[in-house]
Design a protein around this ligand. Structure first.
Ligand code: CU
Ligand code: ZN
Length: 193
């Protein structure tokens, strides 16, 4: 009797341990670390806001952007390759994040830069909110990783087809993507990414 009960307890404990590990993996999502990008206006655009990156289950990432100071209507928004917003026109952010060297597109195009997030639409008050989920990016420094890169909002709509950047026009605001906790290695030109 004693032996049997002891066995039962052991099995229960190891099952519980397995479940705890599984839950932790789900919460981390395999997609990396929660991150935040805090926009700074470029030049005198007055465009500001934030983008939150949240890892979800199954490697998905939720991207939630809130931007103010825009002209009403659609504005291209992309992840750019470098974590450098120092240039007044945002040129230091480089091109769209495109590790596969393919053509520009929209968020649902079969061929697209990994950084092509599409458009954010501003209301009459100039405020835009966008939430999308992606499965092909990671919040780390891996080959599809976007930590230490940047997000850029543009003056014009992204048409999802004109190369190399969808005719999105001038860069209005730029934000470096940083992990919410701990250090972030910035991705810079020639930085051996
Ligand atoms: Cu862009
Ligand atoms: Zn692109």
């Amino acid at each position: 009797m004693f032996n049997r009960r002891h066995l039962f307890t052991s099995v229960s404990l190891s099952l519980a341990a397995t479940l705890v590990v599984a839950c932790q993996q789900d919460e981390q999502g395999g997609g990396g670390r929660p991150a935040l990008a805090d926009f700074q206006p470029l030049g005198n655009s007055g465009v500001d806001g934030t983008v939150e990156f949240t890892p979800l289950q199954g490697g998905r990432i939720r991207i939630h952007a809130e931007v103010t100071g825009l002209e009403p209507g659609s504005h291209g928004i992309h992840i750019h390759e470098f974590g450098d917003c120092s240039d007044p026109e945002g040129l230091s952010a480089g091109d769209h994040f495109n590790p596969e060297g393919v053509a520009h597109g929209g968020p649902n195009s079969p061929v697209r830069h990994l950084g092509d997030l599409g458009n954010i639409t501003a209301d009459a008050g100039g405020r835009g909110v966008m939430t999308i989920e992606v499965t092909d990016l990671t919040l780390d420094n891996g080959p599809r990783g976007i930590l230490g890169r940047s997000v850029v909002v543009h003056a014009d709509p992204d048409d999802y087809k004109t190369q190399p950047a969808g005719m999105s026009g001038a860069r209005l605001a730029c934000a470096v993507i940083r992990a919410q906790e701990g250090d972030t290695d910035l991705v810079l030109p020639g930085g051996g990414e």
